[in-house]
Design a protein around this ligand. Structure first.
Ligand code: ZN
Length: 306
């Protein structure tokens, strides 16, 4: 069934587990996500970025997800990931999204509040939930330099003011993760101390972005069948679990799905060199998506919570 963040996240924060938000851009990835969550009786968030929307077409991708969500016996949130403007949030709501993220974290505090508030006003009229972001996650390029710099971490006091003033339903914070496959040069770490302070000040479900595990076994899987991916450090399961214990109630996963999908395609094609049926090839990639989703749901603790 379709749901929004308010149907699932406050409960998650209260009972100490997190719900996974998994990024999709096509039919098979969406099936892998929803079918796996349903089989584990876990609520799930299916997210599309603006790029995914451009790739698939907003009507196409939203209808695929809505159709599958309605049939599922678990709460499924159709969520916009990192919406960059009021307009894109509005367009998604028009196409049946039950949740949007407005990411105005690049703007100054006041401007971030202003844009978020505007989105909240429109979204809440349509019973759509809103995630916002405060603090900045490092990007792939700036990783090393920015990670060492305090300025990217969310300030707990600002987070409290932002939550109250903007009226958002969930808040993404920066505590040391980064987007993409190249997260850490040295030891993986999260600023649990900052998270604790934010969780004390902010009663909303908190969101962790850039939290893929980028596990060696998946990199090896890709490379065993002709890939050339670099081994990098993601966020280990132990740190994820620690973050969940301290108030993180939504965790995003994109990179891990991409790597698993690639592993599935590469493996299938090299094992079946005479195959040219796209269905057989992508079916195997869908199985790999399912394996990652299964693994993540166990780590997040949302199994049997639907
Ligand atoms: Zn993100």
């Amino acid at each position: 069934m379709l749901a929004n963040l308010n149907d699932i996240l406050p409960k998650a924060r209260k009972f100490g587990y997190a719900v996974g938000a998994f990024n999709t851009s096509n039919l098979e990835i969406t099936q892998g996500i929803i079918e796996t969550a349903e089989s584990m009786r876990s609520p799930v968030i299916v997210a599309t970025s603006e790029k995914a929307i451009t790739y698939a077409g907003i009507e196409n991708i939203s209808q695929i997800i809505i159709t599958l969500a309605k049939k599922a016996k678990i709460p499924v949130v159709l969520h916009l990931d990192h919406g960059s403007s009021y307009e894109i949030c509005r367009a998604c709501i028009h196409h049946g999204y039950t949740s949007v993220m407005i990411d105005a974290s690049r703007l100054a505090f006041k401007e971030n509040v202003k844009v978020t508030k505007k989105v909240v006003g429109y979204a809440h009229q349509h019973k759509v939930s809103v995630e916002a972001e405060i603090g900045r996650l490092a990007g792939i390029e700036d990783e090393v330099k920015v990670l060492k710099h305090e300025a990217i971490y969310t300030d707990p006091d600002q987070a409290r003011r932002f939550a109250v003033e903007s009226g958002c339903d969930a808040l993404a914070i920066a505590i040391g993760t980064s987007h993409g496959a190249y997260k850490y040069k040295g030891k993986a770490q999260l600023r649990i101390d900052i998270l604790e302070e934010i969780a004390e000040q902010v009663n909303l479900p908190l969101v962790l972005h850039g939290a893929s595990g980028v596990k060696s076994k998946w990199i090896d899987h890709v490379n065993r069948f002709g890939g050339a991916l670099e081994h990098t450090k993601g966020v280990p399961d132990t740190l994820i679990k620690q973050a969940v214990r301290h108030g993180i109630a939504k965790i995003n996963t994109d990179t891990d799905l991409r790597i698993a999908f690639t592993a599935g395609i590469r493996e299938y094609l090299s094992r079946h060199r005479d195959e040219f049926d796209p269905r057989a090839i992508i079916d195997h990639a869908r199985d790999m998506i399912a394996r990652v989703v299964d693994d993540r749901i166990r780590v997040f603790g949302s199994i049997n919570r639907a």
